[in-house]
Design a protein around this ligand. Structure first.
Ligand code: HEM
Length: 409
């Protein structure tokens, strides 16, 4: 048995603001080339291969380190602290099981089908001005407003509030980004945004209590498990978690998907030839190939020994979805972006694993599939029209701008 601290491991600072694009891919390739399954980042141990990643995500000996992160960055009061305390990702055991069993039905595969017509409407509405121009920044034109409008519809919020929902989601999501948390000005903004969101959502929940509709908040109000219902506070936090989890993420993944398709004209041609058959596969391959959640994390609450290495209680494990999704022992041709491969293959790590597996995965997949099928029916040739502006992989791996030029079909 060897203690993890005694191992000679390669280093990667996952909070490096310059870590994106080719530099990011090269950094992980360098770690994987060594053949090892572990690396070290300041404050955390990185797990590289899929099997080990899944082990740490699933073990009962670990929790999501949200409260530890808050403590490390001095977030001890205010609306952000209240939100971190109530965040579903920071609950465990029976409390978490209860919350998930109340929220899961509202986001189950069948439940999200009802939002597909609205998704198509938003896509058509947003695309019209860009289509005429033959070029656009796809982030501004589509990737950004589309998930915000969708989540407004899912929540039963007025569509006019979609831009505010986008702004709140983008800021509050930064509670998981060590770069933002190291900056007092950004933390102050996140605190304010959480407060604004609570003030906005309370009257909406009250309205739905009096006047239920066909939306997620009404489903959550009605959700019941063995006679047990969600309290107002739990409802506010769950709605916040769904908003925060559901906008920036899908926006970023859609931008990566289109960038990858623009860089692989043969794959774009395949998708164009069969949008109905291949859009879901294309979404899946983009999620695997360029995950917008390159890392998720766990804090060990007891000692774990795995593959003859001992990880003491208190170790922070960062599971790398990017390398896990390219594990050569698991995926055939992991370095090839191929939307035509048969079936889903072994599970990727982009949505995490275990009890915190992304509750919005079905909604995200539906949104990506609708958007890719929509674009494939309308664009004949697709190319990048300048360098995409990528954010760093710390937190959500987003795209600030995706200039594209295209010929309409
Ligand atoms: C491409 C889009 C998305 C990606 C890649 C993504 C990824 C993730 C990841 C990696 C986790 C943590 C899993 C873990 O640590 O085991 C997570 C959790 C979560 N996601 Fe997503 N997500 C996406 C979209 C969404 C959407 C659309 C929603 C809401 C509708 C959402 C809501 C949540 C929530 C509430 C959690 C916490 C679940 C829990 O603690 O039980 N996500 N997501």
């Amino acid at each position: 048995m060897t203690l993890v601290a005694e191992l000679d491991l390669p280093d990667l600072d996952i909070a490096d603001p310059e870590l994106y694009g080719e530099r990011w891919h090269e950094a992980i390739a360098r770690l994987m080339d060594g053949g090892g399954w572990l690396a070290r980042s300041p404050l955390a141990t990185i797990v590289l291969d899929r099997e080990a990643g899944e082990h740490f995500l699933r073990t009962k000996a670990a929790i999501f380190p949200g409260r530890l992160i808050a403590q490390l960055f001095g977030i001890v009061d205010g609306p952000l602290h209240e939100q971190i305390e109530g965040n579903i990702i920071n609950t465990n055991g029976d409390e978490h099981r209860r919350l998930r069993s109340l929220v899961n039905p509202a986001l189950a595969p069948r439940a999200v089908i009802r939002y597909r017509p609205a998704m198509r409407e938003f896509l058509a509405d947003l695309w019209a001005p860009a289509a005429a121009a033959g070029r656009c920044d796809l982030v501004e034109a589509l990737c950004k407003p589309y998930p915000a409008r969708t989540i407004a519809t899912v929540m039963g919020a007025p569509l006019d509030d979609a831009p505010r929902l986008h702004d709140w989601s983008m800021w509050i999501q930064r509670q998981f980004d060590p770069i933002a948390l190291s900056d007092a000005d950004q933390v102050a903004i996140i605190q304010r945004k959480v407060g604004e969101f609570y003030d906005w959502v309370r009257p909406l929940i009250a309205r739905r209590r009096d006047d239920p509709a066909d939306d997620l908040i009404s489903s959550l109000i009605a959700a019941e498990e063995a006679g047990d219902r969600l309290s107002d506070k739990e409802l506010e936090n769950l709605v916040l978690n769904i908003l925060v989890g559901g906008v920036d993420t899908t926006q970023s993944q859609l931008a990566h998907a289109v960038r990858l398709l623009a860089l692989h004209p043969d794959q774009w041609g395949a998708l164009r030839a069969d949008p109905d058959g291949l859009a879901a596969r294309a979404a899946e391959e983009a999620l695997r190939f360029e995950p917008i959640t390159p890392f998720t994390a766990r804090l060990l609450v007891e000692e774990v020994t795995y593959r003859d290495v001992t990880f003491p209680e208190g170790t922070v494990i960062v599971v790398c979805a990017y390398s896990g999704n390219r594990d050569p022992a698991v995926f055939a041709h992991p370095e090839t972006f191929d939307i035509t491969g048969e079936g889903k293959g072994p599970r990727m790590l982009t949505f995490g694993a275990g009890i915190h597996y992304c509750v919005g995965a079905n909604l995200a997949r539906a949104e990506l599939e609708e958007a890719l099928a929509f674009l494939a029916r309308r664009i004949r040739t697709l190319r990048l029209d300048g360098e995409p502006v990528l954010q760093s992989v710390s937190g959500i791996y987003g795209t600030d701008a995706l200039p594209i030029a295209f010929e309409s079909a």
